[in-house]
Design a protein. Structure first.
Length: 157
């Protein structure tokens, strides 16, 4: 699939139903990596709020008039001891299974980076479960590198 075979555009409020479905697909996929997720129903994102915010950009990928992917960038403030003062946090990265491996996620990321650079942001961060090898490979390929590793220890009662 060439880049000309899909379109990337800003998400609209009328896209909420499919975007909420994508969110549930992400949660379902991540459950095996996160034993501490609560039982359904849960939500990760306030998608409506993200679409409406000035400090966020939500994008969707479209193939043949069908939304098949999503992602967002959100401007966040760094901890006071880190530079730069702000960075773009990337999240809600999803591509429908039948469209994976066709460059859609990479193009969404590229567009989110462009949006962020126009706002003078030079750093990009995201979260990936340590055992999610496919995501780790995809983001490493784009240029992301591991940073701070969060660790958990659970005491069995």
């Amino acid at each position: 699939m060439a880049k000309s075979d899909f379109e990337i555009r800003e998400a609209l409020l009328e896209d909420l139903q499919i975007l909420k479905h994508f969110e549930q697909e992400i949660i379902r996929f991540e459950r095996p990596f996160a034993s501490n997720l609560k039982n359904d129903p849960i939500v990760y994102y306030d998608i409506k709020d993200l679409i409406q915010r000035n400090d966020a950009q939500v994008l969707v990928a479209i193939v043949e008039e069908k939304i098949v992917g999503s992602g967002y960038a959100l401007i966040r403030n760094s901890e006071p001891f880190f530079e730069p003062d702000q960075y773009a946090y990337l999240g809600f990265m999803f591509v429908s299974p039948q469209y994976r491996g066709k460059g859609i996620n990479g193009t969404i990321t590229e567009k989110l980076v462009e949006w962020s650079k126009k706002r003078n942001l030079t750093e990009f961060q995201l979260d990936v479960y340590a055992e999610n090898d496919s995501a780790l490979k995809a983001y490493t390929k784009i240029g992301f590198k591991p940073d701070l590793l969060k660790m958990r220890f659970v005491v069995e009662e």
